[in-house]
Write a protein that binds this ligand. Structure first.
Ligand code: SAM
Length: 243
């Protein structure tokens, strides 16, 4: 295990990162969904629709939505007839998701508190594994990728959507200003929590660039890896197959 890992711009001990990430999501859980709409101007809904279109969930398929939080991805996949398990390390996020599912009359989801680094599921359980805006918060990313590979069936597919920085001239400057200044302030104004939103912005900067992350996915055993970029690489959909 590494001696230190990134928590936003800080380098901290692995256990400290896990605890502090837990604190961030427990703090933002109740406002998480509204903040996603506000922070992205509703665009996260389009990115999530596009992501699920890539996954192409089929009726009866067993899908693990890892770091599934309040259920946005799972809700979209269960509507297509898949059997979805929402797993997340944070029970506060799952509790918000369970309540949202009840309010919307969405049945058939399983909810499970799990650390992506050490899953309780047997080998070769799932047809697909999805993780959206979750992997950069995981302390030992390489371990989580190996676990993803282990729990997938042969022929199973891995899909991950994550933020990165963009190199688009003009947009890059706006994006930098927005994520470093506007996001934490909006976090303070709407959720009363500047620090958590500062972490969320900083953690994007510290996450490996798409080619490096793609190599990590390959190192975990996945084949036929691909990256689809959105907004000049500000959002990326990574995929790979267990063959
Ligand atoms: N996937 C959801 C979405 O797109 O709305 C939630 C994304 S939220 C930004 C990140 C989630 O990752 C949080 O719910 C957090 O608890 C979860 N997470 C962080 N570390 C994790 C870990 N080691 N194992 C499982 N979930 C983790």
């Amino acid at each position: 295990m590494q001696d230190t890992v990134s928590f936003g711009y800080e380098d901290v001990a692995p256990d400290e990162k896990t605890a502090r990430v837990g604190g961030v999501f427990s703090s933002v859980a109740s406002k998480y969904d509204i903040m996603n709409d506000v922070m992205s101007g509703g665009m996260h809904r389009l990115w999530k629709d596009r992501f699920v279109k890539c996954v192409k969930p089929q009726p009866g398929e067993a899908i693990l939505d890892m770091a599934g939080g309040t259920g946005d991805i799972a809700f979209r996949m269960v509507k297509r007839g898949a059997e979805v398990t929402v797993a997340d390390i944070n029970q506060d996020m799952l509790d918000v998701g369970i309540e949202r599912a009840m309010e919307r009359g969405i049945d058939g989801l399983s909810w499970s508190c799990q650390n992506a680094e050490e899953l309780s599921y047997p080998r070769s359980t799932y047809d697909a594994y999805t993780i959206v805006f979750g992997i950069r918060n995981v302390t030992q990313i390489d371990k989580a990728l190996v676990e993803a590979h282990r729990v997938l069936k042969y022929g199973g597919r891995f899909y991950c959507m994550e933020f990165s920085t963009t190199d688009w001239a003009g947009f890059k400057e706006v994006y930098d200003l927005y994520s470093h200044n506007v996001m934490p302030r909006m976090g303070q104004m709407i959720a009363g929590d500047e620090e958590s939103y500062r972490y969320l912005a900083e953690s994007i900067r510290r996450f490996p660039k798409p080619p490096v992350f793609e190599q990590m996915i390959r190192d975990a055993g996945f084949a036929n890896t691909r990256v689809e970029t959105i907004l000049g690489g500000a959002v990326n959909i990574h995929s790979g197959w267990k063959i």
